[in-house]
Ligand binder design. Structure first.
Ligand SMILES: [Mn+2]
Length: 346
């Protein structure tokens, strides 16, 4: 197999046992993280300690997901240079520890956005869901914000200040701030041997009037052209890009993987509902709107050698905690994707 199947693993006291992850056939490593505050430098010794912990279970840690970008960078505030320097220092340390790929995103304020974390499907499992009508009638500035965990990340005042700051930045301002970030970081990432892998916006359109730019082919082309280097790459997420039928996923995977601009693939299904609403689903093609065989075939046809992981799973078999990131359904997803890959390859 040319690609490496990995599994996202959170550094939590009560997180998923690495010993369980190694029991999923075909999974050779994890995408790891450190619990640092956004903007802090990741210390080399901490990264190495985490890597050793993972390797004790016979698993690799060559991918980090994610190193978050400080809001001051996205907003283009004066303090951004300090945070960009810290970011570069983190990338250098990750490179020294043998990390090959860093997943990150450039979404203002919220990264993923859903309106429910426990929508029950007919089979009794629960999934994350996004109801566009709920988003349209929600105004986070009015204080009626009660969406999926974010109210625990920001206070009402912080949220208000942030959202108002982005009104001045706008879509083109966000592009300029991304360009400033990439011009500084990509040459250093290249020296460090670390591929920066941008995750698309999830969902791939603006929410609450906040700008979002990594959403479609035109914008991804624009993003990749800012620094024309394999180190300025994508985490191609089929679940995020697949929120709209406008994105032709197999064609885009073929295009970007052939050009060596995909460093990491998040492969999962999503079920598109009416309007812009959607719910997450099992990885199985029939469970959602995406053709997973065509998606995996696009990777194989492009000769893809990078990392792939199953993405969000349902909550099944009585599992608690970690919305989207339990063990069981993601393990089924990994196995299903590996099966498609093997069948196509043989
Ligand atoms: Mn993803």
């Amino acid at each position: 197999m040319g690609m490496k199947m990995i599994f996202r693993w959170y550094t939590k006291a009560n997180g998923i046992d690495l010993g369980y992850i190694r029991q999923i056939p075909g999974v050779t490593g994890i995408a790891g993280e450190l619990p640092n505050e956004v903007g802090e430098i990741w210390k080399l010794e901490d990264i190495l300690a985490l890597k050793r912990q993972v390797e004790e279970y016979g698993l690799e840690m060559e991918v980090i997901e994610s190193v978050k970008v400080h809001e001051d960078i996205k907003l283009g505030r004066k303090s951004r240079d300090l945070y960009i320097n810290n970011y570069i220092e983190t990338i250098r340390n990750l490179g020294k520890a043998g990390i090959k790929v860093v997943c990150y995103d450039f979404m203002p304020v919220f990264d993923w956005m859903r309106t429910e974390t426990e929508r029950r499907l007919p089979d009794g499992s629960t999934v994350l869901a996004y109801d566009h009508e709920v988003i349209k009638r929600t105004d986070p500035l009015r204080g009626d914000f009660a969406l999926c965990d974010w109210e625990m990340v920001y206070s009402q005042k912080e949220l208000k200040d942030l959202i108002e700051s982005y009104e001045d930045v706008g879509q083109e301002g966000l592009w300029r701030n991304l360009e400033y970030f990439l011009k500084a970081v990509i040459p250093e990432a290249e020296k460090a041997g670390v591929r920066m892998a941008m995750h698309p916006d999830d969902p791939c359109w603006p929410v609450f009037g906040l700008p979002r730019i990594i959403t479609n082919e035109e914008n991804i082309d624009r993003f990749l052209a800012i620094e024309d280097s394999p180190y300025n790459a994508l985490t191609f997420c089929t679940g995020s890009m697949g929120c709209t039928a406008d994105n032709d996923l197999p064609r885009l995977i073929g295009k970007y993987a052939s050009a060596d601009r995909i460093a990491f693939g998040h492969v999962r299904n999503v079920k598109r509902l009416s309007g812009r609403s959607f719910e997450e689903s099992a990885h199985f093609s029939k469970a959602g709107s995406l053709n997973m065989v065509e998606i995996m075939k696009a990777y194989i046809d492009a000769g893809y050698q990078g990392y792939i992981r199953p993405d969000h799973g349902r909550r099944i078999w009585g599992e608690k905690g970690g919305a989207g990131y339990g063990l069981y359904d993601r393990a089924l997803g990994a196995m299903y994707l590996t099966g498609i890959w093997e069948a196509l390859e043989k």
